[in-house]
Design a binder for this molecule. Structure first.
Ligand SMILES: [Zn+2]
Length: 449
């Protein structure tokens, strides 16, 4: 259907006249709220509200603005912005918790964010002397080396792919596919700390950022919008780990007083999941060294949030004056059977993509949020107790994280954590500079009408 075309009313009549459709509608019955949505309350734990154990809160977020030029040839590009934002817990005392004033929030954000921006050609635009495909590869390499970030992002990327916390200093990168379209063969990994190399099969140039596999989303002539989203999600993850790495290398003791927050789930999908085993390995290693990293992601939309919002009214606390939170760690079996309503499968939930497990938290009577918290160790279906994995004691610092969460919520923003609200504001491309300003900026310079 063309955009703007309305479906003809006759078309609707055809559907309604169909005996098959009528029969089906008669058979439908709507589920009552209480049919399937009362949870077993004995599986919930409670945590008394305490002063937050964290002094600093790091939070990361990003946004995208895609632009399409007018004219006979459709030109398309996408801006990406990410922001890593740090908040001093004590500064939250200076703002009205219930109804924070925008100016108070703005003051908190001044000088406390690390910003990164880049731009991708998606269709009919490219770098001089490069195909669009190679333009995007080069832009990713250059963007990771964004000089405004003093190389921290690229160093953190290398720290993750070569597991640089490991004193052996000889780890190969994860295996990956050669980006050259005439080759596309599997490469077993780049030698430790390599920035550029050549493909052992086709001798084409390889950049260390080719390992992630952004090129697998593109073809020779165009890149989809999803490429910008993938870049943003990956850059957010690496930005957050750049703060973790900073403290790991300079002042590990501080990690005990810092909460790291990502807006969205702790997961990386498809080819990007090749970083997940390394992230899991570091989080386990940091706990083994007695410097655990306190990390959460908040899932504000999607199946888990929808599910929780249907059951949360049955969960304590139900009154404003109750000074505790309750939480439930979702086992993989529970996720399959109650959230996804599918039979339990041997193929483990999030086996390759997740570095956090799902935790439902009723922070106070008005706030119900879905968190992701990393486990110390992933269990597979080869482990005995795998059916009921994970439990609360499998997750890194779950109660310590939850006991102070009440200090981060506000009635002004429903089911939101204040640091994420602030990071959204810093990272947003839709508010300032506005998308139309970006359009003028980009298309004027490119002489695109
Ligand atoms: Zn090759």
């Amino acid at each position: 259907m063309y955009q703007g075309e309305t479906a003809s009313k006759l078309g609707h009549l055809d559907v309604l006249k169909s005996d098959h459709v009528k029969r089906l509608i008669e058979e439908f019955e709507s589920l009552k709220a209480n049919d399937s949505n009362v949870d077993d309350l004995s599986t919930w734990n409670t945590v008394e509200h305490k002063a937050s154990p964290f002094k600093l809160i790091y939070c990361v977020d990003g946004s995208i603005a895609s632009l399409i030029g007018l004219g006979p040839i459709k030109k398309e590009l996408a801006f990406v912005k990410t922001a890593l934002f740090v908040l001093d817990e004590s500064s939250l005392d200076t703002i009205d918790k219930k109804y924070p004033h925008p100016l108070q929030m703005k003051k908190l954000m001044e000088n406390s964010a690390n910003l990164h921006a880049t731009v991708f050609p998606l269709k009919n635009i490219r770098l001089k002397d490069n195909s669009l495909y190679d333009s995007v590869r080069r832009i990713i390499f250059d963007s990771f080396n964004d000089p405004s970030q003093d190389g921290h992002i690229y160093e953190t990327y290398k720290w993750l792919i070569y597991k640089k916390w490991d004193s052996q200093k000889n780890n190969l990168s994860p295996a990956f596919q050669c980006p050259h379209l005439s080759c596309l063969r599997q490469i077993e990994g780049l030698p430790y700390n390599t920035d550029r190399s050549t493909c052992p099969h086709c001798s084409g140039e390889i950049l260390s950022t080719d390992i992630i596999g952004f090129h697998m989303e593109m073809n020779e002539f165009a890149a989809p919008d999803s490429l910008a989203t993938s870049y943003m999600l990956l850059h957010e993850t690496i930005s957050l780990f750049s703060a973790i790495r900073y403290f790991w290398e300079n002042d590990k003791v501080q990690l005990n007083h810092i909460l790291f927050i990502k807006d969205g789930p702790l997961s990386l999908r498809s080819q990007y999941s090749k970083l997940v085993p390394n992230i899991r390995a570091f989080l386990k290693f940091s706990k083994d060294q007695n410097y655990p990293v306190y990390l959460i992601g908040q899932e504000k939309t999607g199946a888990f949030d929808e599910f929780f919002q249907t059951i949360e009214k049955h969960i304590e606390p139900k009154e404003l004056n109750q000074k505790f939170s309750s939480y439930k760690v979702l086992t993989h079996k529970y996720i399959r059977e109650s959230v996804q309503c599918a039979p339990f499968r041997e193929n483990e939930y999030g086996l390759k993509t997740n570095y956090g497990e799902k935790v439902l938290v009723k922070v106070d009577s008005k706030t119900a949020i879905v968190l992701n918290i990393p486990p110390y160790e992933y269990k597979t279906n080869l482990d005995d107790d795998y059916m009921n994995y994970p439990q609360a004691n499998d997750l890194i610092g779950v109660e310590r994280i939850i006991e102070g969460l009440h200090s981060l919520v506000t009635v002004k923003y429903k089911n939101a954590l204040l640091p994420i609200v602030l990071a959204n504001g810093v990272a947003s491309l839709s508010s300032y500079p506005s998308a139309s300003v970006l359009k003028l900026f980009a298309f004027d310079r490119l002489n695109i009408k």
